[in-house]
Design a protein around this ligand. Structure first.
Ligand SMILES: C[S@@+](CC[C@H](N)C(=O)[O-])C[C@H]1O[C@@H](n2cnc3c(N)ncnc32)[C@H](O)[C@@H]1O
Length: 387
């Protein structure tokens, strides 16, 4: 019981990383026209911690927003550390409640402090002085709570970095309520059964700025084991760099209409066939042949270049959706150091059969045959002929 509680606390803590403004700006610029006259909801965002809230508040007039809503979550370990809610004149914070969850609803941003410019200082002035702009929530601000769902219902577009530990549920809720969204997630989420199904059906796809690593601000006690992924700024704030963080959206993006230029000619020698699915292995997206009409397995990074007019997605090897054509019994894994163990994981991905054991690579033996297993592959097929 205690372990379970600690595990939950650890998991909650791992969700506490905060997106930086430049990363938000780099993505949002591609959707400017789509924000006009829309209600935007940042539903995992303590406004005073969240750069999503800041971005939309600062650009409220420039983007022509109809309304901006942000809701904080009381169980966040860092909630309420930056803003003293007791400073907000119109807010009745119950005694002893150090970090009550609250929501912010903005329908206009004016030059409130009359300094000649409309900026974040005006938003702060507005929050602190205008009644009903900032109000306490009844519940804990959980995105699944009835009051947050009712805010969701009046929303056009949800934009945030949600808790990764609840990503499946989070996306399912957005889809259930038919909302448009731009959210950050881990590349691994592509392979989640629930998420991949939506990708395959062209209900969600990747946004624009998905390459490289992104730095996120984290609480000072956030555990980072790799030194090169950790840095502090001159104010002592701690940052964590994460790779493979991607934008997931169902708003139109330019990339989705650009085709990959294919230049490689198919030869059976260069593109081996899988043993457990009728497809060829394409190890790099750039190597997709222009003249192969059948199914091809490509790395999941393909999705960053996916144009549904150029390719059709047939499946994914990791979860398979019952697509594998073979089940291997009695597998023996042979590690690089020669050690052996009985496993069942060869069934979890695409395999290639070899004539002899490979050098310097983990491989598997099934009876007297040798196999290697590949990373998750998306199975695609070209649409129409490109010759
Ligand atoms: C990855 S962080 C990102 C925070 C912020 N959106 C940003 O991008 O800077 C996810 C946030 O979701 C909050 N959170 C966790 N579980 C939640 C839930 N069930 N409902 C709403 N927010 C939640 C966490 O406290 C955390 O602040």
């Amino acid at each position: 019981m205690v372990t379970k509680f600690l595990d939950k606390a650890r998991k909650n803590k791992a969700d506490e990383f905060y997106t930086q403004l430049p990363d938000i700006e780099a993505e949002m610029r591609h959707y400017r026209e789509q924000f006009r006259d829309k209600v935007i909801f940042c539903n995992c965002d303590d406004p005073y911690e969240s750069n999503f809230f800041k971005y939309f508040a600062m650009n409220f007039n420039f983007l022509g927003l109809k309304k901006l809503i942000a809701a904080s979550y009381s169980d966040s370990p860092v909630a309420g550390q930056q803003l003293s809610l007791f400073d907000v004149k119109s807010l009745d914070v119950p005694n002893g409640d150090a970090k009550p969850p609250y929501k912010i609803e903005i329908t206009e941003v004016r030059d409130e402090n009359a300094d000649g410019a409309v900026d974040l200082a005006d938003v702060e002035y507005l929050l602190k002085n205008r009644r009903n702009t900032l109000t306490l929530l009844q519940g804990n601000g959980d995105f699944r709570s009835p009051e947050c769902i009712s805010l969701l219902q009046e929303t056009d577009i949800v934009v945030t970095n949600p808790p990764f530990s609840l990503f499946r549920e989070y996306v399912a809720q957005l889809v259930e309520y038919g909302k448009k969204f731009i959210i950050l997630g881990n590349q691994n989420a592509i392979t989640y059964k629930e998420v991949f199904r939506l990708i395959k059906e062209n209900l969600i796809w990747l946004g624009m700025d998905n390459g490289g690593t992104k730095w996120f601000q984290v609480p000072l006690d956030y555990e980072i084991t790799t030194e090169s992924r950790k840095r502090f700024d001159d104010k002592g704030n701690k940052y964590f760099s994460m790779g493979s963080i991607m934008w997931f959206t169902n708003l139109d993006v330019p990339k989705r209409h650009e085709s990959i230029t294919l230049y490689k000619h198919y030869t059976p020698e260069e593109y081996p066939r899988y043993d457990n699915y009728d497809a060829i292995e394409v190890a790099r997206v750039a190597d997709i042949p222009y003249d192969y009409d059948g199914a091809m397995g490509v790395p999941v990074t393909f999705l960053d270049k996916y144009n549904p007019e150029q390719f059709e997605i047939l499946g994914i090897t990791k979860t398979w959706f019952g697509g594998a054509t073979k089940i291997y019994p009695n597998q023996i894994q042979v590690n690089v150091d020669g050690s052996k163990s009985v496993v069942s994981k060869l069934n979890d991905g695409a395999t290639i059969k070899l004539d002899a054991p490979p050098h310097g690579k983990t491989y598997y033996m099934v009876d007297n045959d040798y196999f290697i297993q590949l990373y998750a592959r998306i199975i695609i097929k070209r649409k129409g002929s490109q010759l």
